[in-house]
Design a protein. Sequence first.
Length: 249
Amino acid sequence: MKVLVPVKRVIDYNVKPRVKMDGSGVDLANVKMSMNPFDEIAVEEAIRLREKGVATEVVAVSIGVAKAQETLRTALAMGADRAILVVNEGDVEPLAVAKILKGIVDEERPGLVILGKQAIDDDSNQTGQMLAALTGRPQGTFASKVEVSGEQVSVTREVDGGLETVTLALPAIVTTDLRLNEPRYASLPNIMKAKSKPLAQKTPADYGVDVTPRLTTVTVVEPPKRVAGVKVADVDELVAKLKNMGVAA
Ligand code: AMP
C-alpha cells in the first residue's frame, strides 16, 4: 500500500509573525520557514506504517513556491521514499490544494492519504475534508491513533467528550492530531541521502487546476498588545484592587 503525505511549508512555529505595514498580510521576508508541525506527524505516521510492513512506499507532496523543495527534502530525510513538488509562486487556497491532491490521488492511487489536521499559517482545517469529498473516500479526522488491518483502517479521534474510534474502508483519508506520535529528527546521514531521492516537479496546470484565489483578504492586524501588569504588595491589596475593578465581591 502506498501512502501519500501532503506537507506544507509554513512560518516556523517558533517565529512570531509580523504583519506587513499595509495590513495586506504576514511579512514572509527573511523569516524561518519549516514543515507544518501536523504534517511532520503525518510523515512520521506514514514511515511507521512502512516500518511495520503495512505501507510499501511513502510519497510526500507539497504545493507552493520553489523553496518548498526544502520542506520535501526534510520529509525525504525523515524517511519518505520520493516527493512531488507542484510549483506555484502565489498563495494556493485549500480548495485548489485539494483539487491538485485529487489529481495526484487519481495518478498515484494511494491506499491512505495522511494530512495534517490544519496548517498553522491559515488555520483553515479544510484540505483533508475537501479531498475526501472530491475523491469520494471516507475520512478520519483529528487522529490520535491509526491502525490498519486488512482492507480497513481504525482511526481514534479526539472529540470533546473523549475518544471516538471510527473504522474506514481503504482507500481512505486521515488527518493527524497533535498526540498521534512524536516525529523523529532527521539524522545527518539521512539528510545527505535525501538529496539523491527522486523529487518530481509539476505545475497546477498538469492537473488541470486553476489556482486563482477566490477569497480577498480585507485586512490583517496584529493581536492587541497586552497592557503592562501592576505589582501589589500583598493579598489584601490584590483583593482590594479586584473589588475596586468590580471583578471580586
Ligand atoms: P489547511 O486545510 O490549510 O488547514 O491544511 C490542512 C492540511 O492540508 C495540512 O496540514 C497539509 O497536510 C495539507 N496542505 C494544505 N496546504 C498544503 C500545501 N500547499 N501543500 C501541501 N499540503 C498542504
